[in-house]
Design a protein around this ligand. Structure first.
Ligand code: AMP
Length: 217
């Protein structure tokens, strides 16, 4: 069992790589962004509370996301957890360390996916996903084979995120630099950080991620 964090700005490819690991290694993806979007769609009280914050591109409160993760860690994962989009603040990182400790688990590696801002804008502005299975596509670099139909599951429920627009992206990037990028130093000091080139081809990125995982097993 290996527990890892995928760290990087919006559009770095964290979700794409996490989904590959779920398919190949029976790991469990814990994406706080996906959980919050589900809450939004369900119309729950929490979903209504976070909707405007998310659409704007700001971070939701630490308490909410820590609560979501605490719930998920109660069910152990045989293959291990992939934390995708969590932690995003130092407070969340400390809370994660406590939660793992309490459940007799550890954190094995933190993989920082390095990309530059220009690439992020290009990636995010063409991005869409399958609402049914979560597969990620892009208008120019990875369109579906048949227009409007998911290659992976055949669903026609293809969606664009409300926060994948230029204004929200600017705010999401600044939130990343202000509040999340300090985690690079935090995990480097704990000797848990490996940085990889997130701009390489998707398969090359996957190989770099696999190398880090294989080192832990
Ligand atoms: P993501 O799908 O990871 O890009 O997350 C989408 C949005 O959900 C973010 O812009 C935040 O508003 C919110 N969010 C997701 N994860 C977190 C987190 N760990 N801490 C605070 N806000 C989060």
């Amino acid at each position: 069992m290996v527990n890892i964090i995928l760290l990087g700005p919006p559009g770095a490819g964290k979700g794409t790589q996490a989904k590959r690991l779920v398919d190949q290694r029976a790991m469990v993806q814990l994406s706080t962004g996906d959980m919050l979007r589900d809450a939004k769609t369900s119309g729950s009280e929490m979903g209504r509370k976070v909707a405007a914050v998310m659409d704007r591109g700001d971070l939701v409160t630490d308490e909410i996301v820590i609560g979501l993760i605490a719930e998920k860690l109660a069910t152990p994962s045989v293959g291990g957890f992939i934390f995708d989009g969590f932690p995003r603040t130092l407070k969340q990182a400390d809370a994660l360390a406590d939660l793992l400790l309490q459940s007799g688990q550890g954190l094995d590696a933190v993989i920082e996916m390095q990309v530059d801002d220009a690439a992020l804008v290009a990636r995010i502005s063409g991005r869409y996903t399958c609402g049914n299975c979560g597969e990620v596509y892009h208008d120019t670099t990875r369109p579906t084979k048949a227009a409007g139909v998911c290659d992976a599951c055949g669903s026609t429920d293809l969606r664009r995120r409300a926060d994948d627009n230029a204004d929200a992206l600017r705010i999401r990037l600044m939130e990343y630099y202000k509040k999340t990028s300090p985690l690079i130093g935090y995990y480097y000091a704990k000797k848990q950080l490996t940085s990889i080139d997130g701009l390489a081809e998707m398969d090359a990125v996957a190989a770099a991620v696999a190398k880090v995982l294989d080192r832990q097993e």
